[in-house]
Write a protein that binds this ligand. Structure first.
Ligand code: NAP
Length: 236
């Protein structure tokens, strides 16, 4: 099979869904990961009926066993994994002393441990192949902070640091690591449904899909280390 094999975490909604749809149109075999089985199964069918190829997996990205099973199945079915888009993420926003220990653990588990677990699972296969591309969807708050964002910012700084260090580690093995830092994107991440008038000028999920496509379609000799995007209405 000549199609690139690409795993996308958090593929059921928002940015991940737009990335999956875009890469499927670009002839990737996309493996869709999220917890909500109904939503990713629906997306799998939608991609297949549009002429693309997709497989969905209901997994919690912070569960090592579930993540490893997806990667093992991908290796059994396809014999390789070309790209991984680490996109699954959550945010909880309040004053620091109002967070429970459980909330701290949940955000860190999805945003930081999830990126670690998925990368850990694919790296031995990419190292053996001498190639592969790992992309992190971090955030502009991987590089700045804001009030009531202590937990989310801490998680996104950590995710950014993980991928930056990983790039140094695996570049010599032929593996690329790129990190995308979006500003405000109109998705379910924010309160209420997307499409509300006050968010009309935010970035749209397809803007981030364009960025992912640009990054992973870079020529063989080029690695795009990082890419930051903001809507014109957001001050940086
Ligand atoms: P979203 O619409 O809420 O989508 C989040 C996705 O992550 C969903 O598919 C969700 O599916 C999945 N997910 C959450 N917890 C998971 C878990 N434990 N295991 C597996 N999948 C999980 O949010 P989004 O805006 O597209 O966010 C995508 C990424 O972009 C996140 O990393 C976020 O931090 C980052 N980001 C967003 C913005 C923004 O303004 N929206 C800005 C900068 C960066 P299930 O619930 O079914 O698991």
């Amino acid at each position: 099979m000549n199609k690139p094999v690409t795993i996308i975490s958090g593929a059921s909604r928002g940015i991940g869904r737009a990335v999956a749809t875009r890469l499927a149109r670009e002839n990737h075999f996309v493996l869709l990961l999220a917890r909500n089985n109904e939503e990713i199964t629906e997306l799998e069918l939608e991609i297949d009926s549009a002429g693309g190829k997709a497989l969905s997996f209901a997994v919690d990205i912070s569960n090592e066993k579930q993540v490893n099973e997806v990667v093992e199945q991908a290796m059994r079915d396809f014999g390789r994994i070309d790209n991984v888009i680490n996109n699954a993420g959550i945010g909880i926003f309040k004053e620091a002393d109002h967070f429970s220990e459980d909330e701290w653990t949940r955000v860190m588990d999805v945003n930081v441990k999830g990126s670690f677990l998925l990368s850990k699972a694919v790296l031995p296969h990419m190292k053996a192949a001498g190639k592969g591309h790992i992309v992190g969807i971090a955030s502009d708050v991987s590089k700045r902070t804001f009030a009531e964002g202590s937990l989310y910012c801490a998680s996104k700084y950590a995710q950014h640091a993980f991928f930056e260090a990983l790039r140094r580690e695996v570049r010599s093995k032929g593996i690329k690591v790129s990190v995308i830092y979006p500003g405000l994107v109109d998705t379910y991440f924010h309160e209420g449904d997307p499409g509300q008038p006050q968010r009309a000028l935010y970035l749209q999920p397809h803007d981030i899909a364009d960025a992912v496509s640009y990054v992973i379609n870079a020529p063989h000799h080029v690695v795009i280390d990082e890419l930051m995007l903001h809507p014109m209405v957001q001050e940086w």
